[in-house]
Design a protein around this ligand. Structure first.
Ligand SMILES: Nc1nc2c(ncn2[C@@H]2O[C@H](COP(=O)(O)OP(=O)(O)OP(=O)(O)O)[C@@H](O)[C@H]2O)c(=O)[nH]1
Ligand SMILES: [Mg+2]
Length: 202
């Protein structure tokens, strides 16, 4: 898929503020600092569209980007970031949870997991949550530029196993915002979804 056009739509802080209409959404979810915003920039080939930072907790709203006038890419705040207030953290978690379970436009959730570590307890919680969601679920292993070829194979097997432990079999894609690994696979996955699904409100 060629990215012809990208428009920032809005940053929402509640379900009520999210875009109306039936444009399908692909959401990027995962713990804070895992690389969601960086990967979105790489996918869309825009250097600083989604704001990134080495300090966790950078993204504080649910940001909607309209791509090719066809679908929304959605950049979510990170799960489990400890340095904001407990109240703030719980509010985000609740918003993200509601978004994942109750947003009709949500077509697929791309769950980002750091390729360098075993899926954390929070990663596994999200995997469980996604088993209940009507949306599709794809796992993206991030920052694979920091791994050797052997380690990349290992991390895929480990993640497949974590999913299998929960009775799930989902696509697992190796990615890197640094060298672009996985970009074509992710865009092809989205293109296939868009080609085979006409409407989100059926
Ligand atoms: N080496 C490497 N570093 C990465 C990659 N992706 C992200 N990073 C770095 O990881 C840090 C966090 O990246 P972000 O994209 O801001 O992470 P995020 O998941 O959006 O974080 P929050 O918005 O805080 O939830 C930054 O310092 C990035 O430069 C990658 O593929 N490879
Ligand atoms: Mg971010």
């Amino acid at each position: 898929m060629k990215i012809d056009r990208v428009d920032f739509v809005k940053g929402a802080t509640s379900l009520a503020h999210m875009p109306e209409g039936s444009i399908p959404e692909f959401a990027f979810v995962g713990r804070s600092n895992v690389g969601k915003s960086s990967l979105i920039n790489r996918l869309l080939d825009r250097r600083n569209l989604a704001r990134t930072s080495s300090t966790p907790g950078k993204t504080q709203e649910i940001n909607f980007f309209l791509v090719n006038d066809t679908f929304h890419l959605v950049d979510l705040p990170g799960f489990g970031y400890a340095k904001v207030s407990k109240r703030q953290r719980e509010a985000w978690q609740k918003l993200i949870g509601t978004y994942l379970m109750a947003r009709p436009q949500l077509a697929a959730v791309f769950q980002l997991v750091d390729a360098r570590h075993d899926p954390t307890a929070l990663d596994r919680e999200l995997m469980m949550l996604m088993a209940e969601s009507p949306a599709e679920h794809v796992v993206l292993l991030t920052k694979t530029d920091k791994l050797s070829g052997n380690q990349r194979g290992l991390t895929v097997r480990r993640t497949k196993q974590a999913l299998a432990d929960l009775g799930q079999d989902k696509p697992v894609i190796l990615t890197s915002a640094e060298d672009g690994r996985g970009r074509d696979d992710i865009l092809a996955w989205m293109e296939t979804w868009l080609a085979t699904t006409r409407t989100t409100d059926s």
